[in-house]
Ligand binder design. Structure first.
Ligand code: MLC
Ligand code: AMP
Length: 511
């Protein structure tokens, strides 16, 4: 099959590069400018390096590095060479990395030089033969090695069904599951979003999110690349800098916390956003308060959309006024080609406005969980719809609203925290009889986890010590912001902990 017929996502993104490859593709907050030719050449060199390793088709390339343009190029090179990209949050610590690497068995692991000691040990133990380093200052063995390779590379032919990436998402019970996304999933979704959000010539994206989750890696990056649009690249989110850069940009994407933080800046005024075309929010619920305040301060109506790792984007508020208003508190309409339905626990489809479980299908829905056929089966209905674990409703006009989650999950600043995982760590501590982690409202992160713990008879526990111990074991965003030691947990008649009562009791904690 010639490359033009290939469904390789990289080839499709490459085809959208502007004619003049010497124009700027990425400008960083460190004043570096990368041209489209730089992206073309560097991804070729990296793809040639990967291909030279003699690793089998379908090999996973696991990457835990700080955000950098080179890290983005490594993602593109992995697609180009036909391998499977496995991004890992930089906050993950050794037990978390050990699990992901053990489960995914990557052929290549790329990490920051500062972590090489412990990560290479984990990788070699899991059978990985190649461990490279990549730092956010353009150094590391990966780039040193790639420098010896040709800057010409023909993208490997891939079919729509071939794997492009695995994204780990934690489960409500048991271990994390690797959601397998194909070239077809990613490309079809990117094309739909390009049209829905009216990407046009001259658009410039402020890329402010991490590149190890769906939002920053796929939605933002593919959006800009598929439109041949320049990106203003922020290594880490700085609200003041983001506002300053709006004078040169047109599109911004963020989780609600980013909007809350920008609203706290005096400089966020009408003049600051005059050049902007579109503000998009997602990954967590955008409070109506934030939506309204943003409109008052900037004159812009944030477009909220909804998605997840297993499905990429599912719904979006309308971009064009003729398609309807952008309604705060809702996540808009199903994207073209995406089926969204709401059903009760009894499987009966909900009437307009009735609350139930959200189920979805479409070309964007993932292929299944990596090496977990049982779990995959459990998460799909008999007639092939994916159970999102979100609870919501669709009104008579077709707007989807998320009202809660049937999965026990906390979304904190756009990161997912699974209570079962944290409770497991707390319960393993000496003297702990039982624990419960619940999410409570937080002005900055939207929601944060707090722990409520019961000691074993005779044991003395200290909440601060529990938190300190968790800090040495888990990614920082998973750490409960408070830990209370109590004598009993509220239970229902079946003996199940009533987390809703704990949430109610502590809901004012951070107000
Ligand atoms: C940081 N901290 C958090 C946190 N981020 N706590 C809870 N939740 C979070 N999200 C804590 C750290 O543990 C630390 O605590 C302190 O805050 C400072 O850490 P930091 O790393 O300096 O924080 P900061 O840089 O300010 O990060 C905040 C943030 C970041 C909002 C910029 O969390 C972020 O980039 N969030 C975006 C996540 C994202 O991209 N989600 C998309 C998922 S895709 P201490 O105690 O150690 O000081 C998805 C699908 C979809 O959901 O629909 O898009
Ligand atoms: P993840 O598994 O990290 O991809 O997170 C996906 C989850 O984020 C979804 O199942 C939703 O619960 C939540 N989510 C994403 N976008 C929104 C949104 N706009 N509003 C509410 N929840 C959202």
């Amino acid at each position: 099959m010639p490359v033009s017929e290939s469904q390789n996502l990289f080839a499709a993104l490459r085809a959208a590069f502007p004619q003049d490859l010497d124009t700027a593709a990425v400008e960083t907050d460190g004043a570096l400018v990368y041209s489209w030719r730089d992206l073309e050449r560097a991804t070729a060199m990296l793809a040639n390096l990967l291909a030279s390793l003699g690793i089998p088709e379908g090999s996973r390339i696991a990457v835990q590095v700080e955000k950098s343009v080179e890290a983005m190029m490594l993602y593109l090179a992995t697609l180009r060479a036909g391998y499977v990209f496995l991004p890992l949050n930089t906050a993950y610590q050794s037990a978390e990395i050990e699990y992901f690497v053990g489960n995914a068995e990557p052929a290549v692991v790329v990490c920051s030089a500062k972590n090489f000691g412990w990560i290479s040990k984990i990788a070699f133990k899991a059978g990985t033969r190649h461990v490279f380093t990549l730092n956010d200052d353009r150094t590391g063995s990966l780039l040193d090695r790639a420098a010896h390779f040709s800057d010409q590379h023909k993208a490997v032919t891939r079919s729509a069904d071939d794997l492009a990436a695995i994204l780990y998402t934690s489960g409500t019970t048991g271990r994390s599951k690797g959601a397998m996304l194909t070239h077809g999933n990613l490309l079809s979704n990117a094309r739909v979003l390009k049209d829905c959000w009216g990407w046009k010539r001259g658009d410039v994206l402020i890329h402010a999110l991490p590149i190890f989750h769906v939002h920053g890696l796929f939605v933002a990056l593919h959006g800009a690349l598929l439109n041949g649009s320049k990106m203003i690249w922020l290594g880490r989110f700085d609200p003041q800098l983001a506002i300053t850069k709006m004078a040169e940009a047109t599109v911004f994407m963020g989780v609600p916390t980013l909007y809350v933080r920008m609203l706290a800046e005096q400089s966020l005024r009408l003049e600051a956003v005059r050049h902007m075309r579109l503000f998009i929010s997602g990954s967590a619920p955008l409070l109506l308060e934030t939506f309204n305040e943003w409109k008052d301060r900037t004159g812009h109506t944030i477009l909220e959309r909804y998605g997840m790792s297993e499905t990429i984007m599912l719904t979006s508020n309308p971009y064009r006024a003729e398609d309807g208003e952008r309604r705060g508190g809702t996540v808009g309409f199903p994207l073209p080609g995406v089926g969204v339905r709401v059903r009760g626990d009894d499987g009966v489809e909900a009437k307009p406005g009735e609350i139930g479980n959200i189920e979805v299908r479409g070309p964007n829905v993932f292929k299944g969980y990596w090496r977990m056929p049982e779990k995959t089966r459990e998460e799909f209905t008999g007639d092939g719809w994916f159970k999102t674990g979100d609870v919501g409703k669709i009104d008579a006009g077709g707007y989807v609203t998320i009202v809660g989650r049937s999965k026990d999950l906390i979304i904190s600043g756009g990161y997912n925290v699974y209570p079962a995982e944290i409770e497991g760590y707390i319960n393993d501590m000496p003297g702990v009889a039982e624990s419960a982690l619940v999410g409570v409202p937080h002005p900055d992160f939207g929601e944060v986890g707090i722990a409520v713990v019961i000691a074993k008879p005779g044991a003395k526990l200290d909440g601060e010590q529990i938190v300190a111990q968790l800090k040495s074991q888990l990614a920082n965003f998973k750490i409960p912001k408070r830990c209370f030691v109590v004598s009993e947990l509220p239970r229902n008649t079946m003996g199940k902990v009533q987390k809703n009562l704990l949430r109610e009791e502590h809901k004012q904690l951070f107000s």
